[in-house]
Design a protein around this ligand. Structure first.
Ligand code: GRF
Length: 201
């Protein structure tokens, strides 16, 4: 099975996929390409350390050349399709909203996204600090993490799996972030295995 991983930053979730392929928790799969929309993403280093090909495409370059987001998305899709026909594209800490034109280029590929919030809560960016503030205001009792299929509505695709994450009264934001990342690194693997094993998802 061919997996392509999209990243924007640290790549701790990419690292979890690399580690879990290595220890055979994810079976007969290979990461054929890592794509980043930021040239300084540490995840690129993680990929190189594991001999995984990388590609960088930054939106800034398109803005500088007066090109559109749509051109960016189509070039991003071709970047992948010029090289491989992936079974699965995983958005792991990827901070860019993909257009429906991008999604339409992958009719036979599953696209999944890891989002550090529960289904229907805190869609979009900064989900963890927003959940933390909502907890402090007594609006929520806990938060969570989910893996969902990617559709054109941000963070709204069919949920593949999710897990609740507790917030403690004496938590500082970084404690919650660490607890959430711990859960992400495991839940993402569960989501990948569910989607790879069960074509109908
Ligand atoms: C994670 O919370 C991810 O869900 C979010 O970015 C954070 C960092 O991810 N989108 P990673 O360490 O770059 O995988």
């Amino acid at each position: 099975k061919s997996i392509v991983v999209f990243i924007s930053g640290n790549g701790s979730n990419l690292q979890s996929i690399i580690d879990n392929i290595k220890n055979n928790t994810i079976k007969n799969a290979k990461i054929d390409l890592v794509v980043s929309n930021r040239s300084k993403a540490y995840g690129l280093t993680r990929a190189k350390e594991n001999n995984i090909p990388t590609k960088i495409l930054t939106l800034k370059k398109y803005k500088d050349e007066n090109k559109t987001r749509l051109e960016y998305d189509l070039d991003l899709a071709n970047l992948v399709l010029n090289n491989i026909k992936p079974d699965l594209i995983v958005l792991a800490g990827f901070m860019h909203i993909l257009s429906s034109e991008f999604l339409d280029k992958f009719p036979n590929t599953n696209l999944i996204n890891l989002h550090p919030a529960l289904p229907g809560q805190f869609d979009g960016a900064e989900a963890i600090p927003r959940a933390f503030n909502a907890f402090k205001k007594g609006e929520i009792k806990h938060t969570g993490v989910m893996v969902h299929k990617v559709i054109k509505d941000v963070d709204r695709g069919e949920v593949i799996c999710f897990e609740e994450v507790e917030i403690k009264n004496d938590d500082k934001l970084e404690h919650l972030e660490d607890r959430i990342h711990e859960v992400e690194h495991k839940l993402l693997i569960t989501g990948i295995n569910l989607i790879l094993e069960d074509k109908k998802l």
